[in-house]
Write a protein that binds this ligand. Sequence first.
Ligand SMILES: NC(=O)c1ccc[n+]([C@@H]2O[C@H](COP(=O)([O-])OP(=O)(O)OC[C@H]3O[C@@H](n4cnc5c(N)ncnc54)[C@H](O)[C@@H]3O)[C@@H](O)[C@H]2O)c1
Length: 311
Amino acid sequence: MKKVLVTGGAGFIGSHVVEALIRKKYEVAVIDNFSSGRLENISGLPVDLYICDVTDPSVINLVQSIKPDCIIHLAAQISVAKSVADPLADERINVRGSLNVIQAAHQAGASRVVFASSAAVYGEPQDLPVTPEQPAAPESPYGLAKLTVESYLKMFHKFYHLSYSILRFSNVYGPRQDAEGEGGVVSIFADRIRKDTPPMIFGDGNQTRDFIFVRDVASAVVLALEPAESLCVNVSSGAPLSVNQLFSMMKKVSGSPIQPFYGPERDGDIRDSVLSNEAAKTLLHWKPVTSLYDGLGETIGKRQHRKRVAH
Ligand SMILES: NC(=O)c1ccc[n+]([C@@H]2O[C@H](COP(=O)([O-])OP(=O)(O)OC[C@H]3O[C@@H](n4cnc5c(N)ncnc54)[C@H](O)[C@@H]3O)[C@@H](O)[C@H]2O)c1
């Protein structure tokens, strides 16, 4: 049985990845510092849990003692806004922490690192849908950090034959995503629907994004452990959806009567973003299988909402 180490395994995406690995009979170890992850996300699952910060150089010895066959590196600070406000902190966690994990993978003799990169590496898209061949031009420290880690992975491949799978996620949504702070727009809308409070939409709401359900992301991550070659692909739905369309769909799914209100456009927001998932389909033999309707229903917990409204 292959042993897989998941950094950030107690987080939103990480906990779904851990579940998918267990379903596929992998032996699973998790490293997390619980800065945003939660124990309840993985409690009861058969994993070896190590509470450790990936920025601490001792993580290298820890990984050597765990001896994983592969590492899935998800631990990160995930806020673009925080990366702008404090680029040094972002660099420390997202670049230095990642480099510790990559060095650890090399020293521990792991065969591959699967890395959670982001659409943020592209910056303002040149052509839609964005393919992995388009030049990367990040417009935030967060995007730059992700691209830097991608470059380190390519160097470790060149010098040490460490294989990599770089997965550039679009907007991931689903259960367990945090609506507080920097939660994705779906988790914020779901939270407002549950509380019957109108959400604010930035700008006119016609900006488009590419929303992908978290279990579909988890299945791509697991498939990315196995290919013969190193690769870089987008993990996305490939379909644009405007923020207004998203909210209408969430109202339909939940039966909520609330109406949004509109605020000013956010500085630096990209107008339209959709990522091509053709490379992931070809190289990983993966495709997203969850409809938006089902994914949003599961995220909102529609039965709960209907019951509460009825009483
Ligand atoms: N959610 C999205 O839409 C999205 C999109 C693109 C890329 N990503 C990437 O996917 C990965 C997972 O994101 P998520 O949405 O699940 O976020 P999350 O905040 O839920 O998960 C991050 C996990 O990493 C842990 N962590 C953070 N810093 C750490 C550190 N220094 N040492 C050890 N553990 C640490 C947190 O406690 C948490 O469990 C991140 O790398 C993120 O950049 C997410």
